[in-house]
Design a binder for this molecule. Structure first.
Ligand SMILES: O=P(O)(O)OC[C@H]1O[C@H](O)[C@H](O)[C@@H](O)[C@@H]1O
Length: 379
């Protein structure tokens, strides 16, 4: 990590009296690395560490770094239902049990994993010494928002959209075609180890914060996580994004829903008739397909990687079955809308996405097929 990042710059950031941090390892293995890297090497205040003693049962919690399971961190960062008693830290992060995934938060502010990888890619060359010579390329999984695409286009970077599953990134990185990649499922990584790396992602964010603050006038107000994200949206536009998970759905019902969507995606006139009946203000779908990927390295073809509805304004609806659910089937619905008007960038995500959510549920007949009137988890 010392060869990848500028530890001196991060150390200066961590020593600022107006900077505070909370790192939640959720009692997974990340705690060991957090103590060694953040506290022993970077001199962070030990009170910044939360749940950093690894436990066989993860302290009775579920070590998933998201807004549902990282409850204590979410509360400390002021994103819970009630305000925390102590002062809210400037930067928050969590790792999963084996420390390969990460969640990044600002004060009362959630950074979507799709935005996180885009922001890391946009700032990598200036903020992270390992990338000084430029990025070989960037990649995201298909359901991850197109925030990274916009950065790749603006910076003229090689870009890849791969199916969900880290092996696809691995192939690109082995072949020297990709430096930074990430997924909506809280995995972010680079070719330093060709894997997701939760600690690396946090150091990348600390580096961006350190870099932006080193550019700010000395003695001035701290440039925060939220500032960085808002400047990014103002520069590249914002991808509103949400994921609905329907867990433990009857496997037969999930299969039927997917089969129905496969038949529906081929008829644009049927799709657009349904949309206009539900909400005439929602733009039309211009393309429906089942995502397929030909690996540029080994030529292998992966079919049936999710059903996509692409709208004329760049919005997307994606449906896929999870490959990691443990009981029954898990249906994932990904909803995304692009907005580049500065006046509309700041609105609340669930408000911006409400019309598309309604369309997605009606188009897929979600309740009819699954019997579920609401998802198990919303991210
Ligand atoms: O959406 P799922 O099929 O449940 O997959 C969720 C995640 O599982 C694993 O961690 C894979 O390495 C990831 O690439 C994937 O995003």
């Amino acid at each position: 990590m010392k060869h990848i990042f500028d530890f001196g710059a991060i150390k200066s950031l961590l020593s600022r009296p107006d900077f505070s941090f909370c790192y939640d390892a959720l009692h997974g293995v990340a705690g060991i690395y957090a103590q060694k890297i953040f506290v022993d090497e970077l001199s962070a205040d030990p009170s910044f560490l939360l749940n950093c003693v690894p436990k066989e049962d993860f302290g009775g919690g579920h070590p998933d770094p998201n807004l549902t399971y990282a409850k204590e961190l979410v509360h400390r960062m002021g994103l819970g239902k009630t305000d925390p008693i102590e002062e809210i830290p400037e930067f928050g992060a969590a790792a999963d049990g084996d420390a390969d995934r990460n969640m990044v938060l600002g004060k009362r502010f959630f950074v979507t994993p799709s935005d996180s990888v885009a922001i890391i890619a946009a700032n990598a060359v200036g903020a992270i010494p390992y990338f000084e010579g430029g990025l070989k390329g960037v990649a995201r999984s298909m359901p991850t928002s197109a925030a990274l695409d916009v950065v790749a286009k603006a910076l003229n970077l090689k870009f890849f959209e791969v199916p969900t599953g880290w092996k696809f990134f691995g192939n690109l990185m082995d072949a020297g075609m990709c430096s930074v990649c990430g997924e909506e499922s809280f995995g972010t990584g680079s070719d330093h180890i060709r894997e997701k790396d939760g600690i690396w992602a946090v150091l990348a964010w600390l580096s961006i914060l350190a870099h932006r603050n080193s550019q700010a006038p000395s003695g001035g107000k701290l440039v925060t996580v939220e500032d960085i994200v808002r400047v990014h949206w103002a520069t590249y536009g914002r991808h509103f994004y949400t994921r609905y998970d329907y867990e433990n759905v009857d496997a037969g019902a999930a299969k039927e829903l997917m089969a129905y969507l496969v038949s529906l995606q081929s008829s644009l006139s049927d799709i657009n008739r349904i949309i206009k009946d539900v909400n005439p203000d929602v733009p039309s779908v211009v393309k429906g397909d089942e995502f397929e990927y030909k690996d540029p390295v080994d030529g292998s073809v992966s079919k049936h990687q999710g059903i996509r509805f692409l709208f004329e304004d760049g919005s997307r609806l994606v449906f896929r079955l999870s490959g990691t659910g443990s009981e029954g089937a898990t249906i994932r619905l990904y909803i995304e809308q692009y907005q580049s008007h500065t006046s509309k960038i700041g609105i609340e995500s669930q408000v911006a996405l409400a019309p598309l959510v309604e369309i997605a549920l009606k188009l897929s007949k979600m309740e009819e097929f699954t019997g579920r009137s609401s998802p198990t988890v919303i991210t």
